[in-house]
Design a protein around this ligand. Structure first.
Ligand code: FES
Length: 118
């Protein structure tokens, strides 16, 4: 979404945050765009489930982690917002889904070679 303001201000574009368009001004970080939109917390701590969002704002504390275009654990305060970017608040500490693969047979389900010859 591109909008040009009548007063000559920079065009406002939007990223996608958990399915909701969030406007930003070119040059803003994802974290700044979220904060400007009133979104101040987008994840929780693992143990206490305490809300987290921007804290240091300079890439030091790692409180602002988000998933950006599939890349997990990105610091929202450092990633520049881009048009159409897919930003998700999903917990970056959640285990990744296992890739679909064939599991090896369980050892107890295998027949010992000597047993198979009777
Ligand atoms: S707010 Fe501290 S690393 Fe992003």
């Amino acid at each position: 979404m591109n909008r040009t303001s009548a007063d000559g201000a920079p065009p406002v574009t939007s990223l996608d945050f958990d399915g909701t368009p969030v406007p930003f001004t070119p040059g803003q970080t994802v974290g700044a765009a979220l904060a400007d939109a009133g979104i101040v917390s987008w994840r929780t701590t693992r143990r206490d489930r305490a809300p987290r969002g921007l804290f240091c704002g300079i890439g030091v504390c790692f409180d602002c982690l988000v998933t950006v275009d599939g890349a997990r654990s990105q610091r929202a305060c450092l990633v520049e917002a881009c048009e159409g970017q897919d930003v998700r608040s999903s917990d970056p500490d959640e285990p990744l889904p296992l890739p679909a693969q064939e599991l090896p047979p369980h050892p107890e389900s295998q027949t010992h070679p000597e047993e198979s010859h009777g």
